[in-house]
Design a protein around this ligand. Structure first.
Ligand code: AHM
Ligand code: MG
Length: 337
């Protein structure tokens, strides 16, 4: 007999019991994020049909062209979070400054959210997987007032939850509240995320490496030597590692999480401290990978979650994935750089 389908909403409520003092605020916030994800999913799936593809012609704070779907996703998540009344403000990759919610209910909200509403958006026009990444912190400023910048510049260790939505061949939401990682697949026929990947663990080692190898000549000698090592024939498998790079962090991360692998974005000439943003991308993914038994470090081998952010849009070098692969990479970096 088929076991009972566990929907995301049921699961969130069941798991609330794991936190003895929880009053349901975090659960409500997660439910609002999931709802916004469904709305964005609908538009992503219709992207080829309606006049929503392509660029708005604007340049965002990162100096990149804004896609219409970026705007759409940004707006939908902002509306959902503002309306949740559990969240007093957000930081989004698309806005220079934090967005403070000023209704009385929102000012009383206990949480702030950092969000990359549509990651990998350069892939929208070519029908390649994209995603949303989010990260939730307890505010440090007093409730009853608007959010402050310091609420957002907290170390990743302070995250109370993080997750991502991948808009791929199916749509999935993967999240953690610090008690393991669970994945839910959207069943479009009933419009519900259903538990499909319980208690995800990343394999200790894998045979996939993901990096923009066009930048190889700009990498440090340690990183270059590690990549060379990935191309050597592995004694155990009798073949080299497989190179897999989509250029959508969510998609590359998701594949490596399930299959085992390493994702790297080292410093380059264009991105002197790496390209991936600490608040919107590195920290949420680092919390997930650690909860799944993997590792996430920067160029110095420092744990990503321990880095103290000094700027909302700060970028840091990112190496994330299977534990043994990260340890091996760090050996190459320590010996050569
Ligand atoms: P984005 O948030 O503007 O989409 O940029 C982040 C993306 C990641 O998803 C991806 O891994 C990386 O940028 C790809 O960069 P590159 O094209 O330099 O390899
Ligand atoms: Mg991004």
């Amino acid at each position: 007999m088929q076991s009972k389908v566990n929907t995301l909403n049921e699961f969130i409520i069941e798991r609330q019991a794991d936190f003895p003092y929880a009053k349901g605020e975090l659960s409500r916030l997660l439910t609002h994020i999931a709802l916004a994800a469904k709305v964005v999913n609908r538009e992503v799936n219709r992207a080829g049909l309606v006049d929503i593809l392509g660029s708005t012609g604007d340049i965002n704070v990162q100096g990149e062209t804004v896609q219409k779907l970026d705007d759409y996703a940004n707006e939908k998540f902002a509306i959902a979070l503002r309306g949740s009344s559990e969240c007093c403000g957000i930081a989004t990759e698309e806005s220079q400054d934090i967005i403070k919610f000023d209704s009385d209910m929102a000012k009383d909200g206990k949480y702030i959210v950092c969000i990359d509403p549509l990651d990998g958006s350069s892939n929208i026009d070519v029908n390649v997987s994209i995603g949303t990444i989010f990260s939730i912190y307890r505010r440090i400023s007093p409730r009853g007032h608007v959010a402050q910048i310091d609420d957002f510049l907290q170390e990743g260790t302070k995250q109370v939850a993080s997750g991502y939505v991948i808009f791929g061949s199916s749509t999935m939401l993967v999240y953690t509240t610090g008690r393991g990682v669970n994945g839910f697949t959207l069943d479009p026929s009933i419009g519900e995320f259903c538990l499909s990947h319980a208690d995800i663990q990343v394999p200790l080692s894998g045979n996939i490496y993901s990096v923009n190898e066009g930048n190889y000549k700009q990498f440090s000698s340690g990183v270059q030597k590690y990549i060379d090592h990935c191309k050597e024939v592995d004694a155990a498998t009798n073949r080299p590692y497989s190179a897999r790079y989509i250029g959508s962090l969510v998609a590359d991360f998701h594949r490596n999480l399930l299959k085992g692998g390493i994702y790297m974005y080292p410093p380059t000439k264009a991105y002197k401290t790496g390209k991936i943003r600490l608040l919107y991308e590195c920290n949420p993914m680092a919390m997930i990978i650690e909860q799944a038994g993997g590792m996430a470090v920067d160029n110095e081998g420092q744990r990503i979650l321990d880095l103290k952010p000094n700027d909302l849009h700060q970028r840091v070098p990112l190496y994330i994935g299977s534990r043994n692969m990260i340890i091996n990479l760090l050996d190459f970096i320590n010996q050569n750089d």
